[in-house]
Design a protein around this ligand. Sequence first.
Ligand SMILES: [Ca+2]
Length: 480
Amino acid sequence: MQKDRLTRRDILKRAIAVGTFVLIPSTASKESAHGASSTPQTQRKPNFLLVFPDQHRFDWVPWNPKVPLRMPNLEKLAARGVRFNWAFTPSPLCAPARACLASGREYERCGVKNNGQDYPASQPTFYKLLRDSGYWVMGCGKFDLHKASPIWGLDGKNLLTEWGFSDGIDNAGKQDAVASGQDKPRDPYMAFLERRGLRQAHIEDYKKRSKIGKAAVFPTPLPDDAYCDNWVGQNALDLIRNVPEGKPWFLQVNFVGPHPPWDITESMGKLYEGVDFPQPNRGAQLTPEQNTAVRRNYSAMITNIDRWLGILVEELKKRNELGNTFIIYSSDHGEMLNDQGLWGKSVPYQPSVGVPLVIAGPSIKRGLVTNAPTSLIDLTATILDYAAVAAPPDVDGVSLRTVLEGNKQRHREYVRSALNDWRLVFDGRYKLVTGYPDRDDILLFDLEADPEENRDLAKDRRSIVDRLSDVIGPGKGENK
Ligand SMILES: [Ca+2]
């Protein structure tokens, strides 16, 4: 077997010798120390693992010295890949953000304006394109592509085939599971809790939390193995183990955390016991102790997701697939955590629109940190690019390949985000926001000098406002 394997250099040598060049996909040309299987690499398509928690904000990362967050597995991933300082969601709300990712289109063209709309059945998804090209396409956790019609099926397979998946388990998000499962389970997670005799206890726990509101930080009565993100992680493992032999695969793991409520298990409650966190920027409502407690639970949910990232990477090592798998860690949007006195997302401030982004995989630079502004829609283009599947002409995302392989510092001039009436454009330093908080308002922030966005410069820097106003629209095709 071994003697039949040609290295990239061998092939190039032979090509030069006979006066021809062959195109060798660069994705398949280099392998990490963990190696590849005995299949000739030029014939193998890479796999993709997209770890996609819900509501993980951009600065809650282990390399931020201001936040004592532990994510050892994300740090390892960053050491063998590229991490982005300026990754944006195209729209900071569940359904539009995930529709933008699925379609690769900016907010205005993603077909989903808010959480009250389903993903249009006739609109293409990159999942479908991958599947049509021979990929085994999988997903688990909360997909949120049909938020207006909350029908998951107890096996979580209701619309998976239509969206382009080969296999998967779509469960309800935290609140949707409890709201829909009051009388009987309507989604696979509540069905699982029912089988374990825990559904009622979970419903009662959420009732208690909703009465207390943001300050509810007590642990759930659920044991660790029944906690939703641990059940989602187990589903991810089971899916990888059931990939048909020889198929390249894609898996998106949509963890439900660290979205509120701040429910954690007893054991997760010990992770940040006694650890201090910075107080919110211009926060309101809660006491310092309550803010710290919320931030501990938020961090515990993220550290638990990081534990699953580690388990999944170990599984890939065992399967001898790590060298041929792109691993991407990001999130659909952030969480204000009481910064600016706000909670949740939906607003144009960085804790809401900024997401973490780390990518490692074959041919990707190791340990690169980049300031290239990027959007989740660029992931769509990047995945299709590395899978050697042509992106449809109406995809707005731009492949990150040149940045990931260290050949370019930037792949686009501007990045955008939008929701309802507001629009945002960021050029790598200045961020212009129109239509927020009211339709006629304009805000300008210098994120280099004022990363917490406390000084609006719109009245002082008119030329920058004018320049960015010209490009604040969806910018179709500008990057092509
Ligand atoms: Ca979300």
